[in-house]
Ligand binder design. Structure first.
Ligand code: C2O
Ligand code: CU
Length: 513
């Protein structure tokens, strides 16, 4: 029996072809340009930027337990909130004219946000009304194996069925996380179609910091897409280098605008793209405060005029618009200066060619009582290298025309590392060459980077991480402690260039007693 990946390699791609045939609007699906999309050179309908207001995903509200027959009930004294979500197709106004068919959680792309509290458990019932089996992964969570959505075929939600995901939210600190599809071999396509949303874990200690909050705390999901002449998404399943689109979206809108006041805002930025990197800056050249990384707030903020976001990475910033005089002509642009035309990875930052992802319209005169304290997160864990029981080496390499870890393709039935509960481990991750960039993501635990090519991590990389880039030639040591007696069983680590992941640049690790 050939695997789905082998079918992919053979150029058959039967399941998805079938899915196109059975899905609605199949007549609008077509491969274009052989998938060779590039900045400005692609064929998506051209859109006048800054016409639509930035959409902000709605925050889910709990449902009564009684509305979810068969849902798990807990008697351990910890409260649980229950949620219900349906995976389904929807037509969404993304471009002017014809609506775009998207795959959604609950009818919107991106999906609704979850905003649980640290150490308060939630259960999410995901019902699959799509035309193919799916898996839901909560990226960055300290999640029990059965709820992790780690790409294992036995974790798929069959069409028409549901799965109850338990999220204990028992990491050390609150954090800006996300959730997205993780179906083995098809994650790239499914995320591209829209299956992604935010998962923001709040905590009392973060609330007490008096950072900009409420309407002044706004998430940005950066994604690139390509559309056909009928405004439909175009994904080339035969491009295994990594999808690069020609149209830039924030929260599902093409180059939107955001009305702001002359005060501080907290922006939570996620690179939700399959393979595109971003270099983010303000058109004014003014610095902003970087306050958070993947796994939570930094211990101390720092000032910067730009930062890089690899696929799946998050950086939280505070931008102060009080430096600009409010008025109808006061515009500040959030720019991307990373030039990238192919899935291989960054081709360079060119500050002379800024591409505006979003326009801030500084219109309102408002007061601002928020602050960015000198010390942010005091609850970050510490991991002691002297306590590490093993240093494991994983090399991410292109070979056999595809993508491997230590010269092997992912096999859900092969354990690549067995980790003992409550031990500390160092993982040495290496780029296997060829000029490729690989953003590496490890499930289950946030970690710290010990060193990147022998140098201590700088900037947001010094914070708690769950994904980081292996640039060509890089060797990066990361450290974490595998705590959590509930979190036993099988997990994965992989390249988060999702097309590489789908070609099985992924490994399995099991956490055991
Ligand atoms: Cu964001 Cu294993 O994925
Ligand atoms: Cu990769």
């Amino acid at each position: 029996m050939p695997t789905r990946r082998e079918l992919l390699k053979a150029g058959i791609y039967c399941s998805t072809a079938l899915l196109y045939l059975t899905g609605p609007k199949m007549d609008t699906w077509a491969l274009k340009d052989g998938g060779k999309n590039s900045d400005g050179g692609g064929g998506s309908p051209k859109v006048t930027p800054f016409q639509v207001a930035l959409p902000v995903p709605t925050v889910k509200t709990p449902v009564p337990l009684a509305s979810l027959p068969g849902a798990p009930v807990f008697n351990d004294g910890h409260p649980t909130d229950y949620y219900s979500s349906t995976e389904r197709v929807a037509l969404q106004q993304v471009l002017p004219g014809q609506k775009t068919l998207v795959w959604t959680y609950d009818g919107t792309y991106p999906g609704p946000s979850y905003a649980p509290r640290l150490n308060r458990r939630i259960v999410v019932r995901q019902t699959n009304h799509l035309s193919t089996n799916t898996v839901v992964h909560q990226h960055g969570g300290h999640t029990q194996a059965a709820s992790d959505g780690s790409a294992f075929p036995d974790e798929e939600i069959p069409v028409g069925a549901f799965r109850d995901y338990i999220y204990d939210n028992d990491s050390d600190v609150g954090a800006f996380l996300w959730y997205h599809d993780h179906t083995l071999d098809f994650t790239g396509h499914n995320v591209f179609m829209g299956l992604a949303g935010l998962f923001i874990v709040g905590s009392d200690s973060i609330d007490a910091l008096n950072l900009p909050s409420g309407a002044f705390d706004i998430p940005f999901v950066f994604q690139d897409r390509t559309f056909d002449a009928n405004n439909q998404l175009v994904y080339n399943p035969f491009d295994h280098d990594g999808f690069i689109g020609d149209t830039f979206l924030v929260n599902g809108a093409v180059q939107p605008k955001l009305r702001v006041g002359n005060r501080k805002y907290r922006f939570r930025t996620l690179n939700g793209s399959n393979a595109r990197f971003y270099e983010i800056s303000l058109s004014s050249g003014r610095p902003f405060q970087i306050i958070g990384s993947d796994g939570g707030l930094l211990r101390t903020p720092f000032e910067s005029t730009s930062y890089r976001l690899a696929p799946a990475e998050r950086v939280e910033i505070v931008v102060d618009f009080s430096f600009y005089a409010p008025g109808p002509n006061t515009h500040v642009f959030l720019n991307n200066t990373m030039i990238q035309t192919g899935g291989r990875g960054p081709e360079g930052v060119d500050p002379t060619q800024p591409f505006p992802l979003l326009r801030f319209d500084v219109l309102d005169s408002v007061t601002d009582n928020s602050t960015v304290p000198a010390v942010l997160e005091t609850g970050l864990p510490t991991f002691n290298p002297a306590e590490s029981v093993i240093t494991r080496e994983f090399e991410f390499v292109r070979s056999q025309g595809a993508w491997q870890v230590n010269n092997r393709f992912f096999d859900p039935n092969r354990i690549d590392a067995t980790v003992k509960l409550n031990t500390t481990e160092i993982w040495r991750l290496k780029n296997g060459g060829g000029g490729w960039f690989h953003p590496i993501h490890i499930h289950r635990n946030e970690f710290f980077i010990l060193d990147r090519n022998g140098f201590a991590p700088i900037g947001a990389e010094a914070g708690l991480k769950d994904v980081f880039v292996l640039n060509p030639g890089d060797e990066v040591n990361v450290i974490t402690k595998y705590t959590g007696t509930k979190q036993l069983g099988k997990y994965v680590f992989h390249c988060h260039n999702i097309e590489h992941e789908d070609m099985r640049m992924m490994g399995r690790f099991d956490v055991v007693l």
